[in-house]
Design a protein around this ligand. Sequence first.
Ligand code: UP5
Ligand code: MG
Length: 198
Amino acid sequence: FSPSKVTVIFVLGGPGAGKGTQCANLVRDYKFTHLSAGDLLRAEQDREGSEFGDLIKSYIKDGKIVPMEVTVQLLENAMTDVVSKDKDGKGKFLVDGFPRKMDQALKFDETVCPSKFVLFYDCPEEEMQKRLLNRGKTSGRSDDNEESIKKRFKTFVETSMPVVDYFDGEGRVVKVVATKSPDEVYKETKEKIEQRLG
Ligand code: UP5
Ligand code: MG
């Protein structure tokens, strides 16, 4: 597809910061297509015949970043699918939970398409842990347990925050406080992105 017809906004934030929750709101009000890298990886993990199933399973449980070739390909496929169905070949995407490592950020910008800006949900670990343990009671996610959460936080601080800092240095980060209620967080999200979308 042609990068000039595609809009990409990266949605970043720690594990449990509320990325998925807020993306659902944005999809409802702005007609974005929501692509969660984590959801795409979980679907690939469960897909019969996938050569990456076992690899993805072990990376997710350990809170590690799956090798970027796999994730970039899944995102690109999903984007191509949407764009090919659009009569004008256009697409507006919220790419949620990606890029979370510097190499992914550069690779995506170069080979798929440059992102417009990054929506960053800022939330303290204590609050994120509370949310994830609570969700873990019903989510069935293999990484919503105390041990995996600890590893996810470590990866976020060491590997993913540098990506946010990199985009911030380029003046491309829109930061939203993620500690308040979902409605309040969304209100701030709307205000800030409307300034940015113009
Ligand atoms: N909740 C949400 N907002 C709230 C609020 N304001 N107040 C109170 N509660 C709130 O929310 C989490 C929970 O909190 C929910 O129960 C929600 O109701 C509540 P959610 O919106 O799901 O938060 P989100 O930030 O999306 O949390 P998620 O757990 O999905 O974040 P992760 O970034 O950890 O998970 P993801 O699915 O993106 O990635 C999982 C794993 O996949 C990674 O650890 C990694 O191993 C792998 N991965 C890669 O390898 N590469 C990638 O590029 C992406 C993922
Ligand atoms: Mg999510």
